[in-house]
Write a protein of this length. Structure first.
Length: 173
């Protein structure tokens, strides 16, 4: 599987990082960070990423053949641009490609409460087949600490991507 992972905004960068760390090694990963997220991670972890300003990167073309994309976390700015068809950076262009190619696109909006504008943008994208999956807890998973909570959220996103995992205890009825 070829998977594009995008992290926009600074809030929740840790969750996006943990998502990447938990991915099985056999998944081909293409990682895009917004400038704010990238600046934080370059300083903290000395990492290199696809340039969000490089709209000629592989993930910007449908012929590259990515199978899915997830934006975790997704800022309201990025969400609004995608909903309006604005492709002014690699994250929004890659998302646009996923929509036009009818490939799985998962967006995890990070702000709450949601404004009416944000909800309208989410509804518009949902009607186009985009999966809106904000980080919402399931208390049945016996979450005891922050790591359990993160594993639960990542596991739910893995479920949407059909990636096998054992990150949380499933509902047993």
């Amino acid at each position: 599987m070829k998977l594009t992972i995008a992290i926009s905004g600074a809030s929740g960068v840790r969750l996006g990082e943990k998502f990447i760390e938990k991915l099985p090694c056999e998944i081909e990963k293409y990682i895009i960070f917004s400038q704010n997220a990238k600046t934080v991670l370059q300083k903290e972890e000395n990492r290199f990423f696809l340039e969000n300003s490089d709209i000629s990167a592989p993930t910007s073309s449908g012929s590259f053949g990515c199978d899915a994309m997830i934006i975790v976390p997704c800022s309201m700015n990025t969400l609004a641009k995608i909903a309006c068809g604005i492709s002014d950076n690699l994250i929004t262009r890659s998302a646009s490609v996923m929509i036009k190619e009818r490939k799985k696109l998962i967006i995890s909006p990070r702000e709450m409460p949601f404004s009416a504008i944000a909800l309208e943008n989410m509804l518009k994208l949902s009607r186009l087949g985009v999966v809106i999956a904000p980080p919402v807890l399931g208390y049945y998973a016996k979450i005891e600490n922050l790591e359990d909570m993160e594993d639960f959220l990542i596991g739910k996103w893995f479920d949407l991507l059909e990636i096998k995992h054992n990150l949380f205890e499933r509902w047993r009825g």
